[in-house]
Design a protein around this ligand. Structure first.
Ligand SMILES: [Cu+2]
Length: 135
């Protein structure tokens, strides 16, 4: 058991060593077109194997900032049949329609899906993003 946990720990360190992967900036309309949504890692880089922050930006279809939304984040890897390894939360409104997501974690390369349910006093809608993390 000790040997196994050591191997897992070494594997984890290897993932950490090649953790930075740049270039995700995703945009999509929500399913019922209530919102235009953009999501991106806060410092521009997807980190694998490390908790980091993302930002989700919400406007209406005309580009008007939505500043009173609440939302939930879910996701995972469909091909592997698992969800996110953490429970990311929207923790703070940053202004300009941007909301901070803390606790984002991706623990392997491959195709990931993020799902947001976005709710304002007027409307609720959801949006889906798919993207690849490569080493
Ligand atoms: Cu997976």
């Amino acid at each position: 058991m000790k040997a196994l946990s050591t191997i897992l720990w070494i594997g984890f360190l290897c993932v950490q060593a090649m953790s930075a992967w740049a270039g995700v900036d995703l945009k999509a309309p929500s399913l019922d077109s209530a919102f235009e949504v953009r999501v991106f890692p806060r410092d521009g880089q997807v980190l694998v194997g490390r908790y980091h922050q993302w930002v989700v930006q919400v406007t209406d279809p005309n580009g008007q900032v939505i500043d009173n939304a609440s939302m939930t984040v879910a996701g995972g890897m469909e091909a592997h049949g698992h969800g996110l390894p953490s429970k990311p939360q929207i923790t703070r409104y940053l202004g300009d329609g941007q909301y901070l997501i803390e606790g984002m974690l991706f623990n392997m390369a491959g195709r990931w899906t993020l799902l947001f349910v976005i709710q304002t006093p007027q409307v609720m809608d959801r949006v889906r993003f798919d993207f690849d993390i490569e080493f």
